[in-house]
Design a protein around this ligand. Structure first.
Ligand SMILES: CC1=C(/C=C/C(C)=C/C=C/C(C)=C/C=C/C=C(C)/C=C/C=C(C)/C=C/C2=C(C)C[C@@H](O)CC2(C)C)C(C)(C)CCC1
Ligand SMILES: [Fe+2]
Length: 547
């Protein structure tokens, strides 16, 4: 466990050629670029939480059946300040740090006052966002860092706050067919009105970057939602989109702003300002993308915690959305490094299982429908939505499957009807885990697993000209707890889940969070596959007839 979670990983600055066994499809050319925590101690100091680790970018460049691996720490201001001081000087999610080494309460108070609000970290360790031709490493503060996807060099630091009033933003943006980026953030201090802000980064004008203009400069507010409680906005990690709607879950996993305001002076982490309120409900906000306004019906469901939305689509006047749910916020508890030790199996039993659930919301509620009646008439689901008084609807989801996390789909189906979910399988115990293809239609699954292997999030890359949703390959970086086994990039046939190839590298690879595949530019665009993160092409793929 220590090898996987706690140990600092070395950078691999020079591209190293991987040992390929099997055959990588000739059409698969491009860069798999991923992000995750790689350094957990600096000098004598250590982070408390796995999600605090310094961002280590890594990439697998796939060219003509060969694979080259490289990795580089994100040179964030946080990284530089820590390395220069040879200790942790910037606070992260689970670790509060003090620029001033003096620990007495007066000096704490003094440095608090002199900084007023400590600046938030730009240790962008969670995901990679594409914005036109630019790529950014992302986290959940207002900072993102532009990076060079070829060399993994760190470029400029961008503060969303310059363009839109958000203090936090998700690391899971959505992309539409035209190349617009949608994201959501929380505005905590803007005129005392705590709100969730959905914002849009418009698709760049051609040649814009060449003229030195970043598409971020055109960022606009799409819609704002007032928080139910001004002093305790919800925490969220992602959101959902269908063709015409945005789904935002205001869940009872909340940030306590008063606690946050005193966290620094009290010497506690941001994480300690987060709490699950089992007595509250989950509010489901639906925004109409055409009017940019919330729909009038007030939907709610039982208390739950969601980190990852899977997908959403509309069918017969209903909005269906699939999410991975937990019964409480204990997932974040599990990833304290102190819990990720030999007793992991014991500790992890405390956590509720990630469960894939389908919610179905009626988009038009008949005012005359009887209170207590089920408004969902779809035969394909057991999800229910019960009419309540005053335009309220209580949603009861359908439980689809247990033990999925880090979900991915064929992104050409994002917001559209879809059938397959690719994900890492989580059992917590017994470990290690597996990769799963879950078929929503038949409720069956295919799995890939191997002893001692810990898979990362599986990404789907479609075959050029693909018609079927699962015509493509799955890429996943695999690390192992067996010191004899090198980490490798696994290439699976997404249809059958048989292994096509693996590319092993003799490096200490880290277990990462998220990333994307960048298909090689310059290939015949007519023949280019609709790619996971290339929305314009994905749209072209969607237009192709489906079988
Ligand atoms: C909170 C706050 C602040 C700070 C916010 C910060 C720095 C937030 C950072 C948040 C981060 C890094 C969030 C990361 C979330 C990641 C999630 C939910 C990942 C889940 C992954 C899971 C369950 C993976 C399981 C696994 C699978 C499936 C396969 C296996 O092989 C391996 C395993 C077990 C890892 C401010 C802005 C400073 C101030 C304001 C308040
Ligand atoms: Fe995530």
């Amino acid at each position: 466990m220590e090898i996987i979670f706690g140990r600092n990983k070395k950078e691999q600055l020079e591209p190293v050629r991987a040992r390929v066994t099997g055959k990588i499809p000739a059409w698969l050319q491009g860069i798999l670029l991923r992000n995750g925590p790689g350094m957990h101690t600096v000098g004598e100091t250590r982070y408390n939480h796995w999600f605090d680790g310094l961002a280590l970018l890594h990439s697998f460049t796939i060219r003509d059946g060969e694979v080259y691996y490289r990795s580089k720490y994100l040179r964030s201001d946080t990284y530089t300040a820590n390395i220069e001081a040879n200790r942790i000087v910037v606070s992260e999610f689970g670790t509060m740090a003090y620029p001033d080494p003096c620990k007495n309460i007066f000096s704490k108070a003094f440095s608090y006052l002199s900084h007023t609000i400590p600046d938030f970290t730009d240790n962008c360790l969670i995901n990679i966002m594409r914005c036109g031709e630019d790529f950014y490493a992302t986290t959940e503060t207002s900072y993102i860092r532009r990076i060079n996807p070829q060399t993994l060099e760190t470029l400029e630091k961008v503060d969303f706050r310059k363009y839109v009033a958000v203090n936090l933003a998700t690391s899971h943006p959505h992309y539409d067919a035209a190349g617009n980026v949608l994201n959501v953030g929380t505005s905590i201090v803007d005129k005392g009105k705590t709100k969730y802000v959905i914002f849009k980064i418009p698709a760049p004008v051609p040649g814009g970057r060449k003229e030195g203009r970043s598409p971020l400069k055109d960022t606009e507010v799409f819609c704002s939602i007032a928080a139910h409680s001004l002093l305790s906005p919800s925490y969220y990690h992602s959101f959902g989109v269908s063709e015409n709607y945005i789904i935002f879950l205001e869940q009872p996993f909340k940030l306590d702003i008063l606690k946050m305001a005193t966290a620094y002076i009290r010497g506690v982490s941001w994480a300690s300002c987060l709490a699950f309120h089992g007595e509250d409900k989950t509010h489901i906000h639906i925004i109409d993308r055409r009017t940019r306004k919330p729909v009038p019906t007030k939907y709610h469901t039982d208390p739950m915690v969601v980190f990852h939305h899977v997908n959403a689509y509309e069918e017969d006047g209903c909005l269906l959305f699939d999410v991975i749910t937990y019964e409480d916020g204990s997932l974040y508890q599990l990833f304290y490094l102190a819990n990720l030790n030999e007793d992991f199996k014991e500790n992890s039993r405390l956590t509720s299982m990630p469960t894939l659930k389908r919610f179905v919301l009626p988009l038009h509620v008949d005012k005359n429908a009887e209170v207590g009646s089920n408004l969902i008439k779809l035969s394909s689901t057991t999800a229910r939505a019960l009419k309540e008084k005053d335009d309220q609807v209580y949603c009861q989801p359908e439980l689809l499957c247990e033990g999925l996390e880090l979900p991915h789909i064929n992104y050409a189906h994002n917001g559209q009807p879809y059938r397959y979910i690719f994900a890492a399988g989580v059992q917590w115990s017994p470990i290690p885990t597996k990769i799963i293809k879950y078929d929503i239609l038949t409720k069956s699954s295919l799995t890939w697993r191997e002893e001692h292997c810990w898979p990362a999030e599986p990404l789907f890359v479609p075959t050029p000209g693909a018609k079927d949703e699962d015509d493509g390959i799955i890429l996943s970086a695999i690390v192992s707890t067996d010191p004899q086994k090198s980490p490798f990039l696994l290439v699976l046939d997404a249809r059958t889940f048989t292994e096509l190839a693996r590319a092993s590298v003799d490096v200490e690879m880290h277990l990462d969070f998220h990333g994307l595949f960048i298909p090689d530019a310059g290939r015949d665009p007519g023949k280019q596959a609709p790619s996971q993160e290339a929305p314009a092409r994905a749209a072209a793929g969607r237009a192709a007839p489906r079988t």
